[in-house]
Design a protein. Structure first.
Lengths: 192, 192, 192, 192
DNA sequence: TATGAATGAGTATTCATTCAT
DNA sequence: GATGAATGAATACTCATTCAT
């Protein structure tokens, strides 16, 4: 709705992107947004809420990356596109990824906000749904879809952690290739 | 030798455990240790060094958990024990795990300390060594050991992330069981 | 406009006056101004800037003392009034004098601020201009005006140093008399 | 007597030389001297005394520079050599000069130490003595020797202040030449 | 809607100094 | 003579937040 509100959120995201959590100060955000620090309080009741909205937006972006996968024709294709778009998200929005999947600040700070746990669950369920589809379609073997989701999401999340830790190649080309080889190794155990 | 130095480090660890990175303030650590804030500087030249030592200790603890696996007789057993002890580390020292594998603060703050990157590498190589052994022994099929390490470590790290994100069951019994089932699913693709 | 800003500056000046450079702490200034230490940062971005403004004000005050000399009719009178007002400045604003002419802290701390070097130069040139006028008018003999300035300013500055060092009489009456006798002795060498 | 005591003093001098007054911290001095900070207190009861000894040494060095002038045959030569050696002192020991003649910290900090005022007086009297000699010898005209000292010392001190303020040429050759021309201009008024 | 002024608590760090050994 | 450990007070500065306008 409010233009300024979005601006603030965008600046908060950029600030987090460039300086990490400790760069997320009301003043710095305000400076970046070209308004006074106090003005933020017109739009968010406090830093906690602002951060909450930021994480919300992170989840939204993630969903925005994944949903196009639903347009594919077969369950198998939807699944594979999901894996691909998830990789895109990692590589293009690493800070958002970190914000919503990795950071414990997020968890501690936002323990009160139940809706975020719901968002978490939704992202998780997106995988489970894809896998259930694939089982139904016969592409994946009959297994506990939720646990296969755990496997895939865990690999995915951890892959990113190793990537940012500098233990994996930095070039996007190489990392993409390694990602797919890793996925393939996993798929051996779950493909029908 | 220096008792206080260890106390400080222990308190820093506890502080990090309870309040995360932003709880790691010199004063809070000092308070917990029952000394004055300035006394810390007798033992660590600044916060950076203190944090560095803390991460170092994290790596040390991790190694301490894994190395007993080397006492097993066969490569297969050494590998399996490694997986088991790694799980123990996650469950018993979750904050240390986070400190050394996940946190991006760690990375930014300690970018200068090359030795930590070496420690990272060593932890990684421990897996690669186990896998190479298993390939040699015929337990795992002939594959790129380093990439199989990536797969295993990524799953392991990500599994933890999901766990702390509250997406996995909290009971230790259940989480252990789920861990092993996840490992098994992965192993299908790599076992000979 | 900003009242507080001026108050802060005045208190900083007083603080410097009573405790010297090391008395110039943000907290002490704030205490004296009756505001919180942090409030200062609303008006000055940091101590360096505050100090810079202070020195600026010192130069301004100096100029404020000297410029009325320009209203005199002849070059000789303008010169003599300059000498007189300069003495007034020494006796009435000794700390400002010290701040702008003597202190090496000033130099180190404010090395970046080129405008201060300009201010220095302007004060210096004020003398040179007076002397050039006097040479033109025939009151002073034809000499290198800039070097005569050096002579006069050096004597003037040094006279003050001896004064604050307690090597000269403390009574204003006596010091004034001695000042003029010293000036006269110098003038012998430069008067036409 | 004590070797360490001298080392400490020398390091304090160097520290002051490189970092100015605020560089004069007990720890930094101790570090430079290769001893513990506490060890200093074996030799000086506190910082004030240490600083006092330092200023004392500054006066000693000044005297050390000037006294060879006494070896000259005539009063005129002794006077001229005094002027020359004083210039050497400025150019070779600028920080010592500042320490004993310019700095108000010195004065504030050491207000209690009467002996320093005596040292000040001695330096001053050295000039007065030279001038009295010159008057007796007929080189200088009959004048108030003490006031001529004021004139000379003031010019001398101020000349240095302008020099360090960057208002005079930085090259030693030029500054020497300018010094002598300035002295000559002054001498016109006092030579017989 | 927005701002400027202000605040109190908090940050890391440095300081001179003391004390027990 | 010297040290290591410790301290309390001080340093400049940042933070989220409030309030009056």
């Amino acid at each position: 709705m409010s233009d300024t509100k979005d601006t603030i959120l965008a600046c908060a995201r950029d600030q987090y992107l460039s300086d990490g959590y400790k760069g997320l100060s009301m003043r710095k955000i305000a400076d970046k947004a070209g308004i006074s620090a106090t003005a933020i309080y017109r739009h968010f009741s406090n830093k906690e809420e602002l951060f909450h909205r930021l994480v919300k937006k992170g989840f939204g972006t993630y969903t925005y990356y994944l949903t196009p996968a639903l347009e594919e024709e077969t369950a198998e294709l939807r699944f594979k596109k999901t894996m691909e778009y998830a990789l895109d998200f990692i590589l293009e929005q690493p800070k958002y990824f970190e914000l919503i999947f990795v950071k414990s600040e997020t968890k501690d700070e936002l323990a009160n906000f139940d809706d975020l746990r719901v968002d978490s669950k939704i992202s998780f369920d997106f995988y489970t749904d894809r896998i259930n589809e694939c089982i139904a379609e016969g592409y994946l073997k009959d297994d506990n879809a939720s646990e296969v989701s755990v496997l895939l999401l865990a690999s995915y999340t951890g892959f990113f952690a190793l990537y940012t830790a500098g233990l994996l190649p930095r070039s996007k080309k190489e990392i993409r290739a390694l990602y797919w080889r890793t996925v393939e190794r996993i798929m051996v155990g779950v493909i029908a």
